[in-house]
Design a protein. Sequence first.
Length: 347
Amino acid sequence: MLEVRDFTKYYGDLCAVENLSFTIDEGEFITLLGPSGCGKSTTLHAIAGLVEPTDGKIMLRGEDVTDLPPEKRNIGMAFQSTALFPHMTVRENIAFGLEMHGHDSTAVEERVDESLELVDMPDHGDHKPGELSGGQQQRVSLARALAYEPDILLLDEPLTGLDRVLREEMRGWLDRIQTEVGVTTLYVTHDQEDALSMSDRVIVLNDGQSEQIAAPERLYESPATPFVAEFVGKSTQFSGPASRDGDRTVVVNDGKTITVDGTDIDDGDEANLYVRPEDIEVSATPAGAENEIPGRVVNVANLGNRAEVTVEVADGLEALAHTSRFPDIDIGDEVHLRFDPESVIAL
Ligand code: ADP
C-alpha cells in the first residue's frame, strides 16, 4: 500500500533520517515512535509531499509519488494543533477539504454529514472550532482528513496537549474509527502508550534510524536493541560480563549475580539485562531463590490499581517493581527482590 524505500533526508549538513525503509499494508495502523528530534515528522512530511527527500523513494499503491506535489497524493493529514480555520464552522472546515479535492456541492454536503456522523458529532456542524473542547476539535480535524476518503491517513501527534483521561478515551475512540473505516494509518508519536495501545506494528526511530519494526507485544517482550528496551516500557537494567553455564548465562553486575535463561550472548561479552517491573517480586524475607537481590526501599508510588516501588540495590543502581495496590511497604524498609531467569531480557 505504502512503501518508504531507503528514505534519507539532510537539512544542510544535518542528517535527520538515514536509509529508512518500511512498508504499510492496506488497512494497517502503523506508528512511528521515537523521542523528539529523531526524524518522525520529517518522514511523515516526506510521505505527504511536504519535505523533499535527499534520497530514496515513496511508493503509494505501487506508484512512485516521490516527485508528486501533496495535492496529487490522495493523503489525509491531522496534526497536533488541529489547524482548523477558526472563522469557519465545523461544516465549512470539513467542506473546505472536500472542495479542495474537487468534490461537487451535493457530494460535499453528503460527505460532511457522513463524516460528522463517523466522529459522533452530527449536531456540531454549525459550531465554530473555538466553541468545542480540545478532544472535539481533534475529532473534527479527523473528520476533515477522512472525509475525502484518503488512501492513507497521516496523524502527527494528534493527542498531544490533551489531558490524560481524554487522551486515553481518544485512543480507544481513534482505534475504533480506524478499524471501522479500515483506512491505512501512519501515526506519529513520542508516547509509547499511544503506540502500544493502538498500533498493528510500531517503527521505533532513534536518531534518524529504525531500531525495530514489530507488533507492540513483540516490541515490549523482545526488544531488539538496548534503545528499544529502554524507550518502550520501564525496566531495571543490569549490565556486566557474561559467562555461559550450559543453556544459561550468568551476568555479574556490581557483585550481584544474575541468571538468565538461554541467550545468544557469548562468554565474556558485556551483557545488558532488563527486567520489567511486573516481573519483580518484592518480599520482606529472603527465600534463597535464584535472582534474589536485597535492597532498601527509596520510593513507593501508589497508583491506585498497583504501586511502583523503587529499591536501591547498590550504589547508583535502582530497581523498579510493581506490587499489588497500597502495599505494606515503607521508604527505608529492607526488602528482597526476586525475578525469574526466564523473565530477563538479555541484549
Ligand atoms: P521529530 O518529529 O521526531 O521530533 P523532526 O523530523 O522534526 O523530528 O526533526 C529531525 C531533525 O531534523 C531534528 O534534529 C530537527 O532539528 C531537524 N529539522 C527538522 N526540520 C528541519 C528544518 N526545516 N530545517 C533544519 N533542520 C530541521
